[in-house]
Design a protein around this ligand. Sequence first.
Ligand SMILES: Nc1nc2c(ncn2[C@@H]2O[C@H](COP(=O)(O)OP(=O)(O)O)[C@@H](O)[C@H]2O)c(=O)[nH]1
Ligand SMILES: [Mg+2]
Length: 362
Amino acid sequence: MEIGIIGLPFSGKTTLFSTLTGLNTGTTHTTGKIEVHRGMVKVPDLRLDRLTEIFKPKKQVNATIEYLEVGGVEKEAAKGKGFDPRFLAVLKNTDVLCHVVRAFEDEVFPHPEGSINTLRDVQIVETEFILSDLTIVENRISRLEKQIQKVKSDEDIRQLALLKKCRDFLEQERPLRDLEMSDDEKKQLRGFQFLSAKPLILVVNYSEADIVRETEMLASLAEYAGKPHVEVTGLCAKVEYEISQLADDDRQVFLEELGITEPALDKLIRKSYQILGLISFFTVGDDECRAWTIRRGTVAQAAAGEIHSDLERGFIRAEVVSFDRFIELGSLAKCREHGILRLEGKEYVVQDGDIITVRFNV
Ligand SMILES: Nc1nc2c(ncn2[C@@H]2O[C@H](COP(=O)(O)OP(=O)(O)O)[C@@H](O)[C@H]2O)c(=O)[nH]1
Ligand SMILES: [Mg+2]
């Protein structure tokens, strides 16, 4: 599961990536050599922090997600030339795209388009992805048509019809993530890794002075905010970087001065997690309190397998209580007493925030 950070030159991608991951990758605007940087990022979770306060374990383990930044191809990505194919190839393997859209003024690093216009920038990148997908679709259609002339297979005929539907959609300059498809159709297309089909996070990167005007700053992307598989969020990458460099105590003071309850970066990470279709369940104890990552819809036995394969193999049942009910009562003993700690079987669909103890036997 990885999230690709993309955007036009000087939009703040490297600043955001360094802030998220704590890795200093340096500027790679002009090398022309492709450089892929990856970094794991802790998913902030106030519920887990609360569990740690209660259980006082030796350690707390947050969920993590992976971000990726592709450097060195920004120059080619500038106006008119389209994206480098090597760049597109790297992005194909990502699960979500996170587009950093520039809304800050900076005379030293002028915007490649000469002005600030977030909707235009979103559409520039969207168009590149649509064109890239269209080329793939057209090539596949012509190959399938030849194939079908030789041998008529039901599977090929079905795929051809679906790809033609995609082609018509892309020709209207619409991204494939907007095309309504059945689960079966989605499965048929998965192998193509279409870029315009990937869930998208639009991160408007505004200047420090605009932090207090977030709503206005996001208004120009309102048409995207309402779409399925799209999240629109904002931050000032430069300030987020400064916040990340502060000691914990100073950070609290700084945030209060800015009138912020939570760093925008944390919000972005949580949105990334959600758009990936991921949820967390917790395990608690004196040793560690931990958030485990599963896809929404995962059943208890498979979720147990995330902890250890023995727990999946020898799964007997899970003792489950939701975070909210647990907090109401304050301890597992009380939950047990009140019959709120439920016993669930292997088919139970784990919910976000469940606190789970797996009973197993191997
Ligand atoms: N004023 C302002 N400058 C920023 C912000 N984010 C990045 N920058 C500056 O813009 C320049 C380009 O940023 P960088 O992260 O290298 O952009 P990239 O080309 O997309 O990787 C750097 O000088 C950053 O310090 C921001 O939120 N506000
Ligand atoms: Mg960069």
